[in-house]
Design a protein around this ligand. Structure first.
Ligand SMILES: Cc1cc2nc3c(=O)[nH]c(=O)nc-3n(C[C@H](O)[C@H](O)[C@H](O)COP(=O)(O)OP(=O)(O)OC[C@H]3O[C@@H](n4cnc5c(N)ncnc54)[C@H](O)[C@@H]3O)c2cc1C
Length: 468
């Protein structure tokens, strides 16, 4: 790829690189406490940070980005393991304005990509619900967004990857070169190799603003039906739903849909980028209670009003509403939270209602529920989405969580669904195997590139076996 935009590359350099120490140079890495976004589980391991990923991934058992996966997928399997954290390797390498193809180091964060390219008329075709993720993390989770029913996962737009595989070799892989390794790495949770560089295609956007429509629904059946209808009219849709309320209002929601605004509709001024609001550092575990969330849900639903609302909003408001508050996960206190995300096929309409009934019969403390309509399964060998409805449920961790996740997983297995590894901390190996027919193919690729099982995470040992 030839043409590079020098100003963009320069703007992407951060002064932090000069001022931070270089821990990779420290011969003995200290034992560090590590956790994902859910703060559950918390484990010990050696974390190596370096701006030189080729150096820091040598002998590392796993790579990690900004730790926005909820559970144990970015955590070491043993306190002896070294995890290479990519965040200092954050250089933009090249950009070709003729094709939109961009190449960057794996630690390059999405928030910076957005700031660099949005006002230049480009945006990533797929974004998750937070921009505090790295490109390496987006590939390893093969993230999906509000446009999954139209654009598929991030991996559909990745053109090449530079990987360090378990035996130390550095390999460039793509659809045309080592396609199996390439596809197994999309959604492969870091188990096929350390991603050093990511190349993917940005999309031209007509303006840096979003044209948004939102409506509220009175009950669960209306939520599911209206979400599907919105998906036929809009390239981006999502639904917030109230799963704590019981009775006729259970599953009522607010559906938000959008598309990039045309220049004639958009304000002349560019959207502003905001810094997140900080929360106090410590929250006790009892702080967030069901009654508080129930009250919030009621007010949020009522505040929307009965009429359909339309208007122009900024991409930050539309794509990243949770990023407004920095480290909002701390309101769950020391107990932490887990997110249970599962997709359920839509061939049997009653299945969705059975899922809600199951949650309510267990009195599941669902503090946040986000529902999405998923499109066809992508090429990532273990990617999460497939045609159906995806439910992402935030649950405070408690003594009951394991039993609840077991019950939900039994349901998901019986109904032909599957869970999202990036969010998971509680699934049992037998449930995962039963819901994942692609597992043998993934195992075969993993064995070919890593016969000794050197690359591993706390999650891979829990779900796929291997040395603890
Ligand atoms: C508020 C919030 C909203 C979210 N919304 C969505 C959503 O809408 N859709 C969605 O799909 N996800 C969503 N997520 C999940 C998030 O997008 C993924 O967990 C993403 O992978 C996190 O990126 P990260 O850089 O923090 O990776 P980490 O959490 O650090 O790591 C995630 C996985 O990637 C692997 N990995 C990271 N870097 C590398 C590398 N360089 N090489 C090899 N493997 C690597 C890790 O081993 C781990 O398995 C959300 C998360 C949060 C907190």
């Amino acid at each position: 790829m030839s043409a590079t935009v020098t100003q963009i590359r320069e703007a992407s350099r951060q002064s932090v690189r000069q001022t931070r120490p270089h821990p990779a140079a420290v011969p003995e890495l200290p034992l560090t406490e590590l956790s994902g976004w859910g703060h559950y589980p918390v484990v010990h391991g050696h974390e190596r940070l370096s701006e030189d990923l080729e150096q820091s991934t040598e002998s590392a058992a796993l790579s990690r980005g900004l730790g926005r996966s909820y559970g144990d997928s970015s955590l070491p399997a043993s306190a002896q393991d070294v995890v290479s954290t990519s965040v200092l390797a954050d250089r933009l390498i090249a950009f070709d304005p003729a094709t939109g193809i961009v190449r960057a180091e794996a630690g390059f964060p999405l928030w910076r990509l957005n700031r660099l390219f949005l006002l230049r008329g480009w945006f990533t075709p797929v974004t998750p619900g937070t921009h505090y993720v790295t490109l390496g993390g987006m590939v390893a989770s093969d993230v999906h967004g509000k446009s999954h029913h139209v654009d598929g996962c991030f991996g559909e737009h990745v053109t090449a990857l530079k990987l360090r595989v378990a035996d130390g070799q550095i390999i460039e892989c793509a659809e045309a070169h080592e396609p199996e390794l390439f596809r197994a790495t999309l959604g492969g949770m870091g188990l096929t190799g350390h991603i050093l560089e990511v190349e993917f295609r940005l999309r031209r956007i007509p303006s840096p603003w979003i044209w948004q429509e939102s409506e509220r629904t009175a009950d669960f059946d209306a939520t599911i039906e209206r979400l599907r209808q919105a998906g036929r009219r809009f390239p981006m849709t999502v639904c917030w739903a109230d799963f704590l309320t019981r009775g006729p209002g259970a599953g009522r929601g607010v559906i938000t849909s959008g598309r990039w605004a045309e220049p004639a509709e958009a304000p002349a001024a560019p959207p502003r980028f905001h810094s997140p609001i900080a929360l106090p550092p410590v929250f006790p575990s009892w702080f967030l209670q069901s009654w508080m969330v129930q009250l919030f849900n009621r007010l949020y639903h009522a505040k929307h009003g009965a009429r359909v609302r339309t208007g122009i909003v900024s991409p930050e408001t539309f794509f990243y509403p949770l990023d407004v508050v920095r480290e909002w996960n701390r309101v769950y206190g020391e107990r932490g939270l887990t997110q249970y995300q599962a997709v359920l096929p839509t061939d049997d309409p009653a299945r969705q209602r059975r899922f809600l009934d199951l949650l309510q019969s267990h009195r599941a403390p669902v503090f946040l529920c986000v529902i999405k309509d998923c499109g066809p399964q992508g090429k990532g060998m273990l990617s999460f989405p497939k045609p159906g409805v995806s439910y992402a449920l935030d649950l405070p961790v408690s003594r009951e969580t394991q039993a609840l996740v077991d019950a939900l997983n039994e349901f998901v297995v019986a109904e032909g669904g599957r869970i999202y590894l990036t969010k998971d901390a509680f699934t049992r190996a037998e449930h995962f195997r039963a819901m994942e027919p692609r597992l043998d193919t993934f195992h075969a690729v993993r064995r070919k590139w890593d016969p000794e099982g050197r690359l591993r995470s706390a999650q891979s040992v829990r779900l796929l076996g291997g040395r603890p």
